[in-house]
Design a protein around this ligand. Structure first.
Ligand code: AMP
Ligand code: MG
Length: 316
């Protein structure tokens, strides 16, 4: 059994010690729980790929405390600076040209000339970064392709003692992954919708270009099937069948064999916080599929619909 500790001072120091010795520590961010390794340590970073069974061509996000900590790693552009000033710390990842002398394992960027960085807002993540004083490579702390973890128990379910320690900061406050924007060039490109809504970003840097569905060079990790429960997922379901689990949204009657409501009041932020935990709860052997009610596409709804579309996608 993996050890799970409340993130007090001693636990943070112990976590930093484990990371410094090349270990893996799962920790809460405001988006989902991350599986962290010191980004300069080749062996530790390679363990992330092994433990998650993540393809090596899917690069990792670097977590830093702030812009100053990102300086040795990235070549700043005007839109990158504007977005970091507006949204860091927070659920926004910037893809920028990698500083050639950046002291990070080449595995982090999968050999790309760019690097993805973000400054998390969650207090436990920040305290850990303050203690290590080094960038942490941290993808979601779950087996590749499966539902992301938003509690310490979810991490233990998926990875157990493949992780050296889990810091338990309670449920994640945002609940879906960060928004990923490529700001390495002149026009920002939205690579993945997430915790910061498109409209908020566009208010700062103007219109975001969309990435082509199969632009695998720009966005290597955006595989079609992802965030997948074991049961099949059926989208835009008005009327669940008696042998389906029902993931409802808003003021709709419960239905199916069992149901959960992402947000009875129709609040997209509440729905984002609940999404992954409810997908897990409804992923039961005694149902044929998970039917999901329609969810609005505005604001955080773009990220929710993105995750659900991938959860429903044909499995590879
Ligand atoms: P996650 O699976 O949450 O760790 O998200 C990481 C995602 O960020 C990857 O799947 C990529 O799509 C994206 N990403 C990370 N690094 C880069 C990069 N250098 N260039 C483009 N996208 C990146
Ligand atoms: Mg992930």
């Amino acid at each position: 059994m993996v050890r799970i500790l409340a993130p007090d001072r001693r636990a943070i120091q112990e976590a930093a010690g484990i990371l410094g010795a090349g270990g893996l520590v799962a920790f809460p961010t405001e988006t989902v729980y991350g599986l962290g390794a010191i980004a300069t340590n080749d062996r530790a970073v390679s363990r992330i790929f092994t433990v998650k069974q993540r393809p090596l061509h899917n690069p990792l996000i670097l977590h830093v405390l702030d812009r100053a900590a990102a300086n040795p790693l990235v070549v700043w552009t005007e839109p990158a600076s504007a977005l970091a000033d507006a949204f860091w710390p927070g659920p926004l990842t910037l893809v920028v040209t990698r500083e050639p002398s950046a002291p990070i394992s080449p595995l982090v960027t999968s050999g790309l000339p760019t690097v993805a960085v973000r400054a998390p807002a969650a207090p436990t993540a920040r305290r850990l970064l303050e203690e290590t004083l080094l960038p942490l490579a941290a993808p979601s702390a779950n087996p590749s392709g499966r539902v992301s973890p938003t509690t310490a128990a979810h991490v233990a379910d998926g990875l157990d003692d493949a992780v050296d320690l889990i810091l338990d900061g309670g449920p994640c406050s945002v609940g879906v992954e960060s928004t990923v924007v490529d700001v390495s060039g002149e026009q920002p490109v939205l690579l993945r919708p997430g915790g910061v809504a498109r409209g908020e970003l566009e208010a700062v840097v103007g219109p975001l270009a969309a990435v082509g569905r199969d632009d695998t060079v720009r966005s290597p990790g955006q595989l079609a099937s992802h965030y997948a429960p074991r049961r099949p997922v059926r989208l835009d379901a008005g009327d669940p069948a008696p042998d389906e689990a029902f993931l409802a949204f808003g003021d709709v009657p419960a239905g199916g064999a069992v149901s959960s409501n992402l947000s009875p009041s129709g609040d997209l932020e509440e729905a984002a916080r609940n999404l992954f935990a409810m997908l897990r709860e409804l992923d039961r052997d005694d149902v044929r599929a998970i039917a999901v009610a329609p969810i609005p596409r505005d604001g955080l709804g773009e990220a929710l619909n993105d995750r659900l579309a991938r959860a429903a996608a044909e499995r590879g």
